[in-house]
Structure formats: C-alpha cells, structure tokens
Design a protein around this ligand. Structure first.
Ligand code: 9MR
Length: 448
C-alpha cells in the first residue's frame, strides 16, 4: 500500500491543479510526436525492437495484432533449429520457419535467424556421427539453412551457447566440441560467411550479460576472432533474468567492452520474471544499457505474451496473458523515448466501473475504498472522480495519484493502471468528517 499524505492548503492545491493542467497540455503535445509502439520508438533511436515468434500462434488474432503493432523484428522461437529443419540427415523442412519469415516480411519486419549450431534441440543422428562426417554435416546444415534464407536474414545466431556456466570459462561439452574441438566455432562462422555474405553473423549465449568468467571467455574468443580475421559481426546477449539472475549492474559496461572489439551487440532473448514496478524497472535498465552503447543495435524479447512464454509461471514478458500492456511495457516504451501505446488488442471497447465502500468508521472520520474493475477488455489506465461533501477533508490517499479541483478528487493509478479484462484494483482515502457523515459520490470510471 502506498500512502500519500495531503498537507496542502486549498490555495496551494488550486495552484498545483493549474500547474498540472499546463503540464498535461505540454505532455499531450509531446505525445502527439512521440512514438507509441515499441518498434517505432526503437526505430527513432536507430534500433530495432523484436520478439520471438512461434508459427503455431500465428492463427490467433490477438497474438498477431500485438505482434504486428509493436515489433519490427522477429526471431523464430524454435522453427529454424536443427531438429525442426533437418530432423533426418539431408532432409530439410522449412515450412514452419517459412511461416514466420513470410509473416515478418509481409509486415516489413527484419528477421533474426536462430540458430545453426547448438547442442540442444539437436536430432540424435548428429551425435552419432564420427568427426569427419560431423564436420561435413555441420557445414552442410549451415549451407542449406542459410542458403534457403539467403539475403533475408538480418542477423544469424551461427553458434549458440558454446560455453559452460559457472566460473571455469570452459567450452560446453557437445558433439561439436567433443569431436571437432575448439575450432568448430571458427569453422561454422567461416562457412556461414560464404553461405550468406549479407547476414550479420552472431555468437549468442546466456549468463554472459554482466562481466563474469563466462562472458570473459566469450570476449576472449571474439577478440581472437577479430585479430585473426575470423568473420564475426555481432554478439547476442540472451538476457534471461529472474531473482536468482537479476539484471547485472555492469550490463552496459559488458556490452561496451564487446562493442569496443568492433562487433555489434544485441539483446536477443530478453525476459525478466516478476511483475509490477520492480519488473518494469529491470526492463527499463536493460533498455537504457542498450541505448547507452552505440553498437547495441536492437533488443528482442523472448515472446509476445506471458501466456506462451517458455517460463510462463514467471510472467516475464511485456504483455500479460490477455495481451494487456504491463507496467514493464510502458517502462520500455518510455525508456525508448515513446509514450502512450499499449493498444487495445481485444478490439472491443475498453471500459471500467468504480464502486465505493466505507471500510472503516469512527466518530471524527472514515476510510473509503473505491474498487476499479475492467470490463471485457484489458485496460492500460483509468480515472475516477470522487466528490466529497463539504466540509469534509481528505487526509490521506493510497494506491492512487490524485488531482484536485475544489472538493472533487480525480483519482488515477499510482502503480496499478494496467488491468486484465475483468480484473480489479482499488484505491482508498481517509476523510476527516468535520461534522458531515455524508458518503462521497463516485462519478464513474473512464479508461484513459
Ligand atoms: O523458447 C524456446 C522453447 O519453446 C523451447 O522449448 C526451448 C527448447 O530448448 O528453447 C527455448 O528457447 C531457448 C533459445 O532457443 C535459446 N536460449 C534459451 C531459450 C529459452 O530456453
């Protein structure tokens, strides 16, 4: 519960209200120019803002409208992986990946290719090959998959997650590492450059976001590649964060040290478990870190909606399961220099209702509570007026940021603006009766 104590005289309040009106007018003039989607706000900063896309959800209207409205880059979440594209040796299937690429292109989005050489989602036949065969299968896989999308991919994650977690900085065991040795990464990048010279070639990994042993091992590899002319253009930092692995305070410094090697950096799979203001703040810090590094060319979140996240129990994304924009969304948009936004993805009319109850009563005062409930569509913000009988005085409010005109309080959210369809929040106040026991009049709820 957040409480705001009101200590203002009526004159001071009137002055503040007048000032607030001027500020509001200035803000709305700004808002007319500011970008109101993630993609357009990022573009105004010379960056892209993307999301992982699953072909299986492209038939869902709310998914598609949110994707199309907000994002200008798409990464197929699973459809380009080895098990999807070459489940048996030499037999390639691109139908699911093509669905994502076709959709993205029709919307004018860039496509990130994910991923060519990875220990996971690797069909078992690959692990059964001897070294010479494995080398040729790896190069053939890169050539065929990159060849199919030649000229259409902005950046490719050529090699994914090749380093072990923990302090050692060692390579992760995989068929490639175990049979081909350290040189397989370099070979994969050289093959990739020849297969599609227009694509930027990235190394992508997780738990490399801050300066640590793992990121330093990657850094050492990239530095070596640059010094020897091995083709590498970018490093992807996945950005999977939760309470055990929070956004590191040296994220910007880490991105910068890679950029200083002469590669672009990208946040490639961002998601942050949590909710409300804390989640929003973490997201904003990631965006700010990227914007502070010239060569940080874009951010991809790992999914459109919490409903389909690989870690859905952690509600790690920018839109909730009803496609309502979360506080994290607004924090990202604002960090990108945009405002407004969030859309009304349900397509219907967004509404809300306000109901009043007296929750405590004593001789000289009372506590009141107003419950705001969203209608059949999610809402991003709300406002309700509450008129107090003279000579009552409001002494405190909570869960709202009110403005005043005489004895009429316009209550707006302090942190609790975003509501899923049918969901509720409430705000409250303590009133000095000053002799009047009359109930305040709640003047309805409007969606703003
Ligand atoms: O989000 C992907 C999920 O649907 C798959 O089941 C999972 C299988 O490995 O891969 C997830 O995506 C991963 C990405 O490809 C690489 N970095 C970690 C991502 C989350 O696990």
């Amino acid at each position: 519960m957040r409480m705001t104590l009101l200590r203002l005289s009526r004159a001071a309040t009137a002055a503040l209200v007048a000032g607030a009106a001027l500020t509001a007018a200035a803000h709305s003039a700004e808002a007319a120019e500011a970008a109101d989607t993630l993609g357009s706000a990022a573009a105004a900063q010379g960056r892209y803002f993307g999301t992982a896309v699953a072909a299986s959800h492209l038939g869902e209207a709310d998914y598609v409208s949110t994707l199309n409205r907000e994002f200008n880059s798409a990464t197929p979440e699973n459809e380009m992986k080895w098990d999807a594209t070459e489940p048996t040796r030499g037999t390639f299937t691109f139908s699911a990946a093509d669905q994502v690429v076709d959709h993205a292109q029709a919307q004018g989005m860039d496509v990130r290719g994910h991923t060519l050489v990875w220990h996971s989602q690797l069909p078992s036949w690959v692990g059964g090959l001897g070294a010479a065969d494995l080398r040729s299968a790896m190069n053939n896989h890169i050539n065929r998959v990159m060849g199919h999308y030649k000229g259409q991919i902005h950046s490719w994650d050529v090699v994914n997650e090749a380093f072990q977690d923990g302090g050692s900085g060692a390579r992760r065991s995989s068929p490639f590492q175990d049979k081909l040795g350290d040189g397989y990464i370099e070979e994969a990048f050289r093959t990739a450059r020849a297969a599609d010279p227009a694509a930027k070639l990235c190394y992508n990994d997780y738990n490399t976001d801050g300066v640590n042993a793992k990121s330093t091992a990657v850094y050492t590899m990239v530095k070596d590649f640059k010094s020897r002319g091995v083709p590498i253009d970018c490093v992807g930092f996945q950005g999977h964060f939760n309470s055990n692995s929070p956004v590191p305070s040296d994220l910007r410094a880490n991105l910068q040290r890679f950029a200083d090697l002469g590669v672009d950096v990208q946040i490639t799979e961002l998601d942050i478990e949590g909710s409300g203001a804390a989640q929003a703040d973490s997201y904003a810090r990631v965006v700010e870190a990227c914007l502070a590094v010239d060569r940080c060319t874009g951010i991809t979140v790992w999914g459109v909606t919490d409903k389909y996240s690989w870690r859905s129990s952690g509600t790690p994304l920018l839109f909730d399961g009803n496609y309502a924009a979360k506080p994290a969304y607004h924090a990202v948009l604002s960090a990108l220099g945009g405002s407004g936004g969030g859309g009304n993805p349900g397509g219907g009319t967004a509404t809300c209702t306000a109901t009043y109850t007296r929750t405590a009563d004593w001789s000289s005062g009372y506590n009141g509570q107003v419950t705001i409930t969203a209608g059949s569509e999610p809402i991003g913000s709300w406002a309700a007026t509450v008129t107090f009988a003279s000579p009552q005085r409001v002494q405190a409010t909570w869960n709202t940021t009110p403005t005043w005109s005489g004895n009429v309080m316009t209550a707006r959210p302090s942190w609790n603006g975003t509501l899923a369809a049918g969901a509720s929040t409430s705000f409250g106040f303590t009133v000095a009766k000053n002799g009047s026991d009359a109930a305040p009049v709640v003047g309805g709820c409007t969606v703003s």
